[in-house]
Design a protein around this ligand. Structure first.
Ligand SMILES: C[S@@+](CC[C@H](N)C(=O)[O-])C[C@H]1O[C@@H](n2cnc3c(N)ncnc32)[C@H](O)[C@@H]1O
Length: 243
């Protein structure tokens, strides 16, 4: 675990509106069951509550719609989600337990919603703190969906897709694995393509002029994507293969 002084500076929000009682209950009583901490052992055989064939990581899962949806669709894949925003983590817990109201919280033993397998683990902090715990080539696919664009030039050092993070992403991603970046921001699109072009570990998979303008076949819509479309911004979906 990094000391407070060596922790990377995080510029986004850690908490928003007051979290409702049902969600507070989930954060207190259910999150510890599926939370990754500094003692977690990164072994494919034991990290999840069910056997998994592959491991995917979603960085900055926001309200958790994509993560929860992917995990439901792929019960044989283990998903690690990292998110700093507490309200987002709480929302993901609602999505996977189905508990929305305080009255639905059981006295003890909160469980996943029926038909869900235990294939999600959560790191409720900055993923950069987690990176050093993840072994080389441990992950099969990484999602960075609609990262905060920090469009002003003077804020470009805050953008998540950068040289340092790409080095770590390349280390933990298997050869042949995919890094998917989605964005609705022109500046971030060009920034991402430049960063990845300069990075020797990845190549862009785009094959024809338009395939990266359409959601991939395994896509699950998110709140940010809906908002972008409503406001007239067209998202792009950039997949890069780890060489
Ligand atoms: C613009 S939101 C997008 C959320 C979600 N991916 C979606 O598409 O709806 C970006 C999210 O990334 C999270 N985030 C940014 N940097 C992060 C980091 N270093 N580690 C974990 N989460 C991070 C923020 O807290 C925020 O919730």
């Amino acid at each position: 675990m990094l000391s407070e002084q060596t922790q990377p500076k995080f510029y986004g929000r850690r908490q928003g509106r007051k979290i409702r009682k049902a969600k507070t209950g989930l954060l207190e009583a259910f999150l510890p069951q599926i939370q990754i901490n500094s003692n977690t052992v990164f072994k494919k055989e034991s990290l999840f509550g069910c056997p998994v064939n592959k491991i995917y990581l979603e960085i900055g899962f926001g309200n958790g719609e994509h993560l929860a949806g992917q995990a439901l669709k792929n019960p044989d894949i283990g998903f690690i989600g990292a998110e700093v925003f507490k309200n987002g983590v709480a929302n993901l817990l609602t999505l996977i337990t189905g508990i929305k109201e305080k009255k639905d919280l059981p006295e003890t033993g909160i469980k996943l919603e029926k038909n869900r397998v235990d294939n999600i683990r959560i790191f409720s902090d900055d993923v950069r703190i987690l990176f050093s715990q993840i072994p080389d080539s441990f992950i099969d696919k990484i999602f960075v969906l609609f990262p905060d664009p920090w469009p002003k030039k003077r804020h470009e050092n805050r953008r998540f897709i950068n040289h340092e993070n790409l080095k770590e992403i390349a280390r933990i991603l298997k050869k042949g694995g995919i890094l998917r970046v989605a964005t609705d921001h022109k500046v971030y699109k060009s920034w991402t393509l430049h960063q990845l072009h300069d990075c020797p570990f990845f190549t862009w998979t785009a094959t024809c002029g338009n395939d990266w303008k359409r959601p991939p076949s395994d896509w699950i819509e998110t709140k940010y994507q809906r908002k972008a479309l409503q406001e007239g911004r067209r998202p792009v979906f950039l997949d890069f293969v780890r060489l």
